[in-house]
Design a binder for this molecule. Structure first.
Ligand code: AMP
Length: 257
């Protein structure tokens, strides 16, 4: 696997493969890779001539500076995982190059980004949409792989591509969970043993009732602080805090009602 750090090196690599008519799959991540990320990688390698993964803990999407400071960054382990998964290129963007404009230019969506995650994390989706647009413009992939785990994010990115006539095809991949139903997340590594056990109840309780209020009561009885649980277009989306760790999940309501 080749590691690229500069925008110029990415541009010349993309040019090389485009002129050779090779299809490019792209998987943007913030690292601390787990089986969820690797499933996206697998979809990409199975369906494209070359796969590029990026790792960039994008500061502009963090509304909480402590969350940014504590975000796990096991780069060496990530590199080993990507090599084992036959990834061709790893792009490690540098903040100064990516935000040469000082983040003066931002993508803002004014509807769906203002509810759910957007309501609780001011500025979050501006950061997400801006970084995805920048990376996608550089890489110009045929296919971009996103996880359904971040349902609102995936929908906003899909709609942004439509709004700005971006040709890249978006592939939304199913949420990978552990054997107890907990959605895999880089932030899970920050949970203590007890907190991990508790976090496994989230998915279970989300499916336990049609009544959201009764779910909230059950979770809060367990000391799980609920930021929101809301049904939206056939899905139930939730954000909770366990200790200092914020976790999100979403499920298809039709699966259990
Ligand atoms: P992140 O590193 O958290 O920014 O995630 C990078 C990509 O991996 C995003 O498209 C996420 O939706 C996706 N992803 C994260 N966790 C999972 C999971 N458990 N299952 C499937 N995709 C995931």
């Amino acid at each position: 696997m080749k590691i690229l750090e500069s925008i110029d090196s990415v541009k010349s690599l993309v040019h090389l493969h485009k002129t050779a008519n090779k299809s490019i799959g792209f998987v943007p991540t913030m690292g601390a890779l787990h089986a969820g990320h690797l499933s996206l990688c697998q979809y990409a390698t199975n369906n494209n001539d070359i796969t590029i993964v990026s790792i960039f803990v994008n500061p502009t999407q963090f509304n909480d500076q402590n969350d940014l400071k504590n975000y796990p960054t096991p780069l060496q382990q990530d590199i080993e995982k990507l090599e084992k998964n036959n990834i061709d290129y790893l792009f490690l963007p540098q903040y100064k190059e990516i935000y040469a404009d000082g983040y003066n230019y931002q993508v803002q969506e004014n509807n769906f980004s203002t509810v759910l995650e957007g309501e609780h994390r001011p500025g979050h989706f501006n950061g997400v949409l801006t970084i995805v647009l920048k990376l996608n413009n550089l890489i110009q992939p045929n296919n971009l792989y996103l996880g359904e785990k971040d349902y609102q994010q995936a929908k906003l990115i899909k709609d942004m591509f439509k709004a700005f006539f971006i040709d890249t095809n978006i592939v939304i991949c199913p949420t990978v969970r552990d054997q107890y139903g907990l959605a895999l997340s880089s932030r899970n590594s920050l949970l203590s043993e007890d907190e991990l056990e508790l976090s496994r109840k989230l998915n279970h309780y989300l499916k336990s009732s049609t009544e959201i209020n009764s779910i909230i009561k059950k979770l809060e009885r367990e000391n799980i602080k609920v930021e929101y649980i809301q049904d939206y277009q056939g899905r139930r989306l939730a954000a909770v805090k366990i200790g200092n760790v914020r976790l999100i999940d979403n499920i298809d309501i039709s699966e259990f009602i």
